[in-house]
Write a protein that binds this ligand. Sequence first.
Ligand code: CP
Ligand code: NVA
Length: 307
Amino acid sequence: MLKPIKLANKNFLSSLDTSSHELFHILDIAQNFKNNDLNIELKDKVLGLVFDKSSTRTRVSFQVAMSRLGGTTVDLNPSTSQIGRGEPIRDTARVLSKYCDVLAIRTFKQTDLEEYAKWSSKPVINALTDLEHPCQALADYMTIKEEFNDFENVVLTFIGDGNNVANSLILCGALLEMEVRIACPYGYEPNNLVINRAKKIYKNKNLLKITNDPITAVRGANVLYTDVWSSMGEENKKEVKDKDFVGFTIDQNLVRKADKDAIILHCLPAYRAKEITDEVIESKKSRIFEQAENRMHAQQALLSCLL
Ligand code: CP
Ligand code: NVA
């Protein structure tokens, strides 16, 4: 029986906190959990959730994952804790890590997440920052592997904002040596540091493509992926972004240009008629709700490999 191997890094702050080998391993463990082939006990372990932004999937999938492992969670947010009254991260992190065995943080700045990790004596997980969403990417690639068995010769095209979700897809794609294409409006490209890091991992393989043309990007693609145009914290940019992203909606017309067996992914929540049409979300090609389910299995695997 496959057993979780402890990750070399204490924290999971970025998709690059695992090696390529470790990433494959987490995906295998996740699939084993999903198939009910694995029974791991993290009895009495406590996961602390500190969420400065809203969440449905990440919060609940972590809570259920922990409960399936025999552990428990505590859920904090700025309005129910002293965080909202300005208690410094270095104090919060030191205290919470005395009570909890692992912390999952959802916040704005990646540097704030790093500050938690610096002062926490226990592992810290990135539950989404403005820069990355690495837990999401675990579930995304698990869903792709379930569909295609492998990552070789599979092309993922992300259409939309070069945001946290796109950044983590790029980094994981590089670790898995899979072709990733990003199509975004001019000025909304993914983070430069992320692109450069991914290119280094891909070495001389030309498997990362950034373009402003969604039509060429979807040609022959096996996976079409999108996310909201305006992320949490960008509420004041909505009007401008809605205009800038015209032509970047995943609709049936765009889907028809991809491979005939292409699947559709979206991390959710989705804004129907903006980044994706209702028809595409509800179509036979959609694996969006399997993908959401996989958040739980992937995080169960991650927790098993961190603790
Ligand atoms: N995809 C995702 O992270 O969803 P939530 O914001 O609901 O957690
Ligand atoms: N890019 C989105 C993802 C939500 C899961 C956001 O940061 O709001």
